[in-house]
Every structure is written in structure tokens, then in C-alpha cells.
Design a protein around this ligand. Structure first.
Ligand SMILES: Nc1ncnc2c1ncn2[C@@H]1O[C@H](COP(=O)(O)OP(=O)(O)O)[C@@H](O)[C@H]1O
Ligand SMILES: [Mg+2]
Length: 288
């Protein structure tokens, strides 16, 4: 079962003007339910434009977008439903906070869905817990919080809608490494618990390696590839030609394996590398 499909999806900004720009060009893909997809590509490759189609924020210039097998533009009166099904956290979402309290900000989405107050209350608390916001913080003004905490409020607001597909557009941009790891760790836990579909737009190949099981690569408005992370990283040279460097440790293991060393070519993190090497050493020891 596919969570999201596109068929020859094309989007052109400012069509018919001198500023015309085709940002997504005939993209066809199918994202399986339950995947955790890393979306990568150079700046301006079309990532943000592509994902804004998945919940109907942008309407294709041509081609189709299907959510759960249904064309989301087939019947405009149903569009709202798809917007609840596919939650989108924008880049720098903290600029869109407006609630008097953190609580009311997070409650906005579920309120829009017409849920009853008990259900809303439960969802606000649950999603606040997911992103590590305290009860105390729920009663504060979002503007009293730090940058990282504001970002968490915005993410919690989308989680509270309990979307089947959660899309995050560079959710850690501008955060320090600690805040970055925390937020990505929280999203991973959320994915493991909910088993829903996640799309994470990221600049960091390390993050894709660590968290995603699929990768979608955009290059100059075209889909370069959609595959398992292993499959994508094995094309290191093509990626680096488009300015996307795979993690250093991956390059080392890919090259070792190419030269005939008995190691896995699919190592993406230093932790994995340590385990891989220790495993080999132990096996080697047995033989003696
Ligand atoms: N609102 C807009 N109007 C006109 N052109 C845009 C707009 N938004 C993005 N673009 C252009 O579309 C292309 C893809 O942009 P975008 O989807 O934001 O890429 P990415 O998210 O990969 O950086 C870029 O050339 C960008 O300049
Ligand atoms: Mg973008």
C-alpha cells in the first residue's frame, strides 16, 4: 500500500511570465506506507515545492498526486480531509506561531478538525510529551520560549492532528547539534510508536543515514532517484557530482569493500563502523 504517489507531477511557478520556473518536472514516484523517507537535493532542486503538493498546498500544473490511492484534486470538497491526513511542518515553522499560549497553539489544528474538547486536550498533552515540552510550558506564551522550544511547539501542533503522513521541511535548520539530535530522536520515537509515514527534508546526509530507510533525491527539478538508503548511498560518485557528499565513514567502507576487504559497504555512522569492525575482529579471533 502506498501512502503517497505522484504521476508525472509538474509544477511551474509564475507560468506565462518572464519569471516562469518549472520547479518540479514530471516526477513519478510511490512512497510505501510506514517508510521513513529522507528527502535530499541541492538548494533550489525542488524539494519544498514537491512536498507542498503532498497535502494539497500546491496544485500540480500537470500530473497527479494520490494519497492513500486517491487523487487529492479529483473532488475539491475532499481536499480538507487530505490536509488532515498529511501533516506538513514548514521550514522555520516558529514564524507561524500565533497562539496566546503554547497550549492554544498546539490545540489549533485538532480544533479545526472539529474534535471534541476532551480529545483535543488529550492530543495536546500527548504531542507535547512527544516533543519534550513540559506542562509548565503549555501555559506560557510561545514567544517566551527559546528557538528550539518554539520549533517543538510548531511540530507538536502538527502531531496533534495525528496525521498518517508527517512531512518535515528541514526541521532542524538553525538549531545547535544538541537540539538537532533531540528533535530528530523525538521524531524517530514518534515514527516507531505510530508506524506512520515520515518524510524528512534534510541537508544532512548523516541524518538521512541515521534515521531514514528510504531516500528521495531531487536534482534540478527532476527526481534523480527514490530507493533504499543503501541503494542511494551506493551511488556516491553521482551524488557527489550533484553536491551531495555521503558521510565520510560511508565512503571509507564503500571503498574498503570495493577493494575486496570483507566489510559491509553499507555503513553510515561511526557507531555502525565500530560494530562492523569489532564483529569482524571477533570472528577473526575464533579462527585462531
Ligand atoms: N514562490 C516562488 N516563486 C517563484 N519561484 C520559486 C518560488 N518558490 C521556489 N521557487 C523556485 O523554484 C525552485 C525550487 O525551489 P524549492 O522547491 O524551494 O527548492 P528546495 O526546497 O530544494 O531548495 C528554485 O529555483 C526556486 O527559486
Ligand atoms: Mg526548501
Amino acid at each position: 500500500m502506498n501512502a503517497i504517489e505522484t504521476q508525472e507531477l509538474t509544477y511551474t511557478y509564475s507560468k506565462g511570465t518572464p519569471f516562469e520556473k518549472t520547479a518540479v518536472d514530471r516526477v513519478t514516484l510511490a512512497i510505501e506506507k510506514g517508510s521513513y523517507v529522507g528527502v535530499i537535493g541541492h538548494t533550489g532542486s525542488g524539494k519544498s515545492t514537491l512536498i507542498q503538493h503532498f497535502n494539497g498546498l500546491l496544485q500540480p500544473t500537470s500530473g497527479k498526486v494520490l494519497v492513500g490511492g486517491q487523487d487529492i484534486w479529483a473532488d475539491k470538497s475532499k481536499l480538507r480531509q487530505f490536509r488532515f491526513q498529511v501533516g506538513l511542518v514548514f521550514q522555520y515553522p516558529e514564524y507561524q506561531l500565533f497562539g496566546e499560549t503554547v497550549y492554544s497553539d498546539i490545540a489549533f489544528g485538532p480544533g479545526n478538525m472539529g474534535l471534541n474538547p476532551d480529545e483535543i486536550n488529550q492530543r495536546v498533552h500527548q504531542s507535547a510529551r512527544f516533543v519534550g515540552l513540559t506542562e509548565d510550558q503549555l501555559q506560557k506564551s510561545p514567544f517566551e520560549l527559546s528557538g528550539g522550544q518554539k520549533r517543538r511547539v510548531a511540530i507538536a501542533g502538527v502531531l496533534a492532528m495525528d496525521p498518517e503522513v508527517l512531512i518535515l521541511d528541514e526541521p532542524t535548520a538553525g538549531l545547535d547539534p544538541k537540539g538537532r539530535d533531540q528533535i530528530l530522536g523525538e521524531i524517530r520515537e514518534y515514527h516507531e510508536e505510530k508506524k506512520n509515514t515520515i518524510l524528512l527534508v534534510s541537508h544532512s546526509m548523516e541524518d538521512i543515514a541515521r534515521y531514514a530507510n528510504r531516500a528521495l533525491v531531487m536534482n534540478h527539478s527532476h527526481l534523480f532517484a527514490y530507493d533504499t538508503v543503501e541503494g542511494i548511498f551506493s551511488r556516491a560518485e553521482e551524488l557527489s557530482a550533484m553536491g551531495l557528499a555521503i558521510p565520510q565513514v560511508s565512503r571509507v567502507f564503500l571503498e574498503l569493500s570495493r577493494r575486496g576487504a570483507p566489510v559491509s559497504p553499507n555503513v553510515y555512522t561511526v557507531d555502525q563502523a565500530v560494530r562492523e569492525l569489532l564483529g569482524k575482529l571477533e570472528k577473526g579471533g575464533d579462527k585462531k
